[in-house]
Design a protein around this ligand. Structure first.
Ligand code: HEC
Length: 133
C-alpha cells in the first residue's frame, strides 16, 4: 500500500516536470512583447535604415508587414545575393534570430547592424513590427 502511494507521488512529480518542460520548450520561448516600447526600439535601432511605410525603402527595405512576409520580396530593393538565397519566412522566431545577430542568419548579407542582444527589446520590437501592416 505504502509503496504504491510512493510510486504515484513520484509519477505525478515526473509528469509535472515533464509538462513544464513541454510547455516551455515546445513553443517559441520569447518574452511577451510591448508594441509601444517596440516603437521606441525601432526609432533607436532601425529607423536610420528602415521605414515601416509601405513602399518606402531607405538603406534597407521597407519593413511594412514584415512579420509573416517572405524574405527578399521587395521588388525595387537591391538585396544581397545572400539575402536572396535565404528563402525564409520572417516568422517571429526567424526575425528574432536575425535581429539578435544578423550575420548568424545571413552571413554574407549587407545589413550593417551588429545585433540587439536584449531579448525583451527584441520581443517589443517584433510586437511593434507585427502591428505595422
Ligand atoms: C545600417 C543600416 C541598417 C540597420 C541599422 C538595420 N538594417 Fe535591416 N537591413 C538593412 C539592409 C541593407 C538590409 C538588406 C540586407 C541584405 O540584402 O542582405 C536589411 C534587411 C533587413 C530585413 C530583411 C527584409 C526583407 O525584405 O527580407 C529585416 C527583417 C531587417 N533588415 C530588420 C531590421 C531591424 C528590425 C532593424 C533594427 C533592429 C534593422 N533591420 C536595422 C539595413 C539596416
Amino acid at each position: 500500500m505504502h509503496a504504491a502511494t510512493g510510486k504515484c507521488a513520484l509519477l505525478s512529480l515526473l509528469l509535472c516536470l515533464l509538462s513544464s518542460i513541454v510547455t516551455t520548450g515546445a513553443a517559441f520561448a520569447a518574452p511577451a512583447g510591448d508594441a509601444g516600447k517596440g516603437g521606441d526600439v525601432f526609432a533607436q535601432e532601425c529607423s536610420d535604415c528602415h521605414s515601416v511605410k509601405p513602399g518606402k525603402n531607405k538603406k534597407g527595405p521597407s519593413l511594412f508587414g514584415v512579420v509573416g512576409r517572405e524574405s527578399a520580396v521587395i521588388a525595387d530593393f537591391d538585396y544581397s545575393e545572400a539575402m536572396r538565397a535565404l528563402k525564409a519566412t520572417w516568422s517571429e522566431e526567424n526575425l528574432d534570430a536575425y535581429i539578435a545577430k544578423p550575420k548568424a542568419v545571413v552571413a554574407a548579407g549587407k545589413m550593417k547592424y551588429d545585433g540587439l542582444p536584449d531579448a525583451q527589446a527584441r520581443a517589443d520590437l517584433i510586437a511593434y513590427l507585427a502591428s505595422q501592416k
